[in-house]
Design a protein around this ligand. Structure first.
Ligand SMILES: NC(=O)N[C@@H](CC(=O)O)C(=O)O
Ligand SMILES: [Zn+2]
Ligand SMILES: [Zn+2]
Length: 359
């Protein structure tokens, strides 16, 4: 069985820098035409000047024959000013501004006062038509970790879209039925959401299946199955409000398998296979292309990709781990096999030549 679709993009990706960037970028470049690149490096990318330098390092790290385009983002802080937003727009390389509530994940520098000092910046983003990309969890340690997305929607997002209805907002990596209800209740074209493979196929049991499973730990943390089901229904419904964002977030194996492991799942090698499997099992394979390849560029006001990809169904075992000179990375579904993942990219890309070439 084969499936040919317009080449997808990844609207939420962590590419890291240095050795890690070099190690992971081929997996994204192989599958996706473009990606919204998260700015949470250490230190974070808070200025357009830094985004331009980071973008150059990504382009340098790409495999020689790659057509992959990184779309850069800025990390919003209490210090970000309106001028920076104007510069970002003018640069032509910055496509979003990322909001991490201070203390949420890997994000000590996030925003503490969105409706205060940051508000003029948000108003400028409306002027410049730059979307706000949000990690939608409150950082308050007193709020139960499974409720942090819901509380964020009630206390931050709902008031935000009421006060700035013309601000484009992407709620990143949604994990709850509450997020689905919220996104569906907003004005189409102004509020949208990215959805990861893990939040479509795993629930919170996967964190403890036979013992603690660090490679299934990401933030926002996996939720109950009713939430997963609501997200599957949303993405397979044909709604334009949802699009593909892997949140592929590599960490070295030793930083996952330790006393205090990092949050983040490295899913780039398997993401597309998992999305296809989820859509197929929901009887909605014909909706996959819009989710993966149309809704994202349409929301961002960018052209859809012209290239096509072909997916073929064949047995495939994900490697136990990927080895690099600096250490190992364990991909999502490491060591799991064939029957689990069916749509495999033994695929080919057709650029405008009209020919498929085996990758
Ligand atoms: N998703 C994660 O669990 N981790 C991300 C951060 C993020 O997307 O919030 C990371 O950078 O490692
Ligand atoms: Zn996040
Ligand atoms: Zn992320």
């Amino acid at each position: 069985m084969e499936l040919t679709i317009t080449q997808p993009d990844d609207w939420h990706l962590h590419l890291r820098d240095g050795d890690l960037l070099q190690a992971v970028i081929p997996d994204s470049a192989k599958h996706f035409g473009r990606a919204i690149v998260m700015p949470n490096l250490k230190p974070p990318i808070t200025t357009t000047a830094a985004a331009v330098v980071y973008r150059d390092s990504i382009l340098k790290a790409l495999p020689a024959d790659s057509h992959f385009t990184p779309l850069m983002t800025l990390y919003l802080t209490d210090m970000t000013n309106r001028e920076e937003i104007k510069v970002a727009k003018k640069s032509g390389v910055v496509y979003g501004v990322k909001l991490y509530p201070a203390g949420a994940t890997n994000s000590q520098d996030g925003v503490t006062d969105l409706f205060g000092s940051c508000f003029p910046v948000l108003q400028e983003m409306v002027e410049q038509n730059i979307p706000l990309l949000v990690h939608g969890e409150v950082a308050d340690p007193n709020v139960d970790i499974f409720d942090r997305e819901k509380v964020f929607i009630e206390t931050i997002l709902q008031p935000l879209v009421q006060r700035l209805p013309s601000l484009k907002v992407v709620m990143e990596h949604i994990t709850t039925k509450d997020a689905v209800s919220f996104v569906n209740s907003c004005r189409e074209g102004f509020v949208a959401a990215t959805v990861t493979p893990q939040h479509l196929i795993l629930n919170r049991n996967s964190l403890f299946q036979g013992g603690l499973q660090p490679h299934n730990y990401c933030l926002p943390v996996l939720k109950r199955d009713i939430h997963r089901q609501a997200i599957v229904s949303a993405v397979t419904s044909g709604s334009k409000r949802y699009f593909l964002g892997t949140d592929s977030a590599p960490h070295e194996k030793r930083k996952k398998e330790c006393r205090c492991g990092c949050a983040g799942i490295y899913n780039s090698p398997v993401a597309l296979s998992i999305y296809a499997k989820v859509f197929e099992e929901a009887g909605a394979l014909d909706e996959l292309e819009a989710f993966a390849s149309f809704n994202g560029p349409d929301f961002y006001g960018l052209p859809r990709n012209k290239s096509k990809i072909k997916l073929r169904k064949s047995p495939w075992k994900v490697p136990e781990s990927l080895s690099f000179p600096f250490g190992d990375i364990v991909p999502m579904f490491a060591g799991e096999l064939k029957s689990h993942i069916l749509w495999f990219l033994s695929y080919c890309i057709r650029h405008d030549t009209g020919n498929f070439s085996d990758k």
